[in-house]
Design a protein around this ligand. Structure first.
Ligand SMILES: CCCCC/C=C\C/C=C\C/C=C\C/C=C\CCCC(=O)SCCNC(=O)CCNC(=O)[C@H](O)C(C)(C)COP(=O)(O)OP(=O)(O)OC[C@H]1O[C@@H](n2cnc3c(N)ncnc32)[C@H](O)[C@@H]1OP(=O)(O)O
Length: 343
């Protein structure tokens, strides 16, 4: 497994590993690195080039959707309602511009359930994490579940519940928004539960209009968070690409910066008989879910929300992802608990 990985810059003595120190006293290999700058970033907190390329698919998709909506005459001329955050149903320029489209109702609106199912299937079936189809709690599975739970907390806090109203709704209220019903004193009388008018869901439930504030796109947030969680977990486990696996930088407990390969060496929990075969069922399902998420992200970018609502949602999603997938690279104590995918 990882213990068998080749480390081309080091002598191939069995059972010893002399990974070059990247920010310590100059060694012959670190001098080499000055002459041939490494392809990985200087700080453990930043993504590698390959990771940056993959991450840039997200802003790229938002840009593509926005360009399409600007260039397409049907979409450009269709009336847009800021309150509905969409084109009114009668003027929707495409099937995907309708809120009731089947992919929205059964896929995005249940998006975290799909993300969870795809990840669980992958964890249960991929041999790099444990014996396929046997519910054995290997360290890699446990750490993957811990990371998933942290990202789930972020999803839940932003979209579902944060000691009351979720963060999206709190932001909306703080920026001057309110449930339009509460302007009507008669209707307000009937709203006995305060929760009814401090959340978008409660407001819509009593027939109110959630208006006036600034609302980040829940769709962009969920689709980014879910699909990126899947590929952050899956690619380092299945790919041999340097930038996704061994080339990632980590800060060791002595403060030295090394590559993830050194940790993989020490913490190998390889499963006997780990196969290097084609994609298994878990991988195929995850690829399907990621593909659908990408498509729905593109549709959201093309037909829903304002630019600002979409871009801030992207930033909020990546804040959570960064805390779970990049911060531990620079904080050994955190890494000891949640680990890194593929290590
Ligand atoms: C040994 C091996 C071990 C293996 C491991 C084992 C076990 C696993 C470990 C642990 C598991 C344990 C515990 C897990 C704990 C919990 C996990 C449970 C997770 C679940 O399983 S939990 C159930 C499923 N629950 C969901 O998964 C909900 C997902 N859902 C959301 O989080 C929101 O729903 C969101 C974010 C989507 C908000 O969205 P939003 O809709 O309110 O807001 P947005 O601003 O985006 O949209 C404004 C208006 O535009 C429309 N609109 C925009 N874009 C559109 C588009 N593209 N197409 C059509 N319409 C569009 C909208 O439809 C809306 O319209 P309208 O308001 O009228 O509906």
């Amino acid at each position: 497994m990882s213990a068998r990985r080749k480390t081309p810059s080091t002598p191939s003595t069995p059972h010893t590993y002399t990974e070059p120190i990247l920010n310590g006293t100059p060694t012959p290999s670190s001098t080499n690195m000055r002459n041939n700058p490494p392809r990985t970033p200087a700080s453990a907190l930043f993504p590698t080039r390959l990771e940056t390329l993959l991450i840039s698919l997200y802003p790229g998709t938002l840009l593509l959707g926005s360009i399409f909506s600007t260039l397409s005459p049907t979409t450009r001329h269709a009336p847009y309602s800021a309150t509905l955050q969409s084109h009114p149903p009668d003027f929707a320029p495409s099937y995907f511009a309708q809120k009731r489209n089947i992919f929205n109702v059964f896929f995005v609106k249940q998006g975290w359930a799909w993300t969870t199912a795809a990840l669980v299937l992958f964890l249960l079936t991929h041999p790099s994490l444990g014996p396929p189809m046997r519910p054995v709690l290997t360290p890699r599975r446990v750490r993957a579940v811990l990371r998933y739970l942290l990202v789930t907390l972020w999803w839940a806090g932003v979209t579902q519940w944060f000691f009351g109203a979720p963060l999206i709704d709190r932001g909306f209220l703080l920026t001057g928004g309110q449930c339009e019903l509460i302007k009507d004193p008669g209707a307000r009388e009937e709203m006995s539960n305060t929760r009814e008018y401090v959340t978008a869901a409660g407001c819509k439930l009593v027939g109110g209009q959630w208006k006036g504030g600034y609302d980040i796109s829940g769709h962009v947030f969920l689709l980014t968070l879910g699909s990126a969680l899947l590929w952050f977990e899956i690619l380092p486990a299945v790919s041999r690409a340097e930038g996704l696996r061994d080339g990632r930088r980590v800060v060791m407990s002595d403060g030295k910066v090394r590559t993830a390969a050194s940790e993989a060496q020490r913490e190998s929990h390889g499963v006997e008989g780990e196969a290097e075969e084609g994609p298994g069922l878990g991988m195929k399902v995850a690829l399907g879910v990621m593909g659908m998420m990408w498509w729905m992200l593109l549709m959201t970018a093309a037909f829903f929300h304002t630019w600002f609502e979409k871009w801030t949602a992207l930033v909020v999603a990546f804040t959570g992802l960064w805390a779970v997938y990049f911060l531990p690279r620079a904080v050994p104590a955190m890494r000891a608990i949640v680990g890194m995918p593929g290590v």
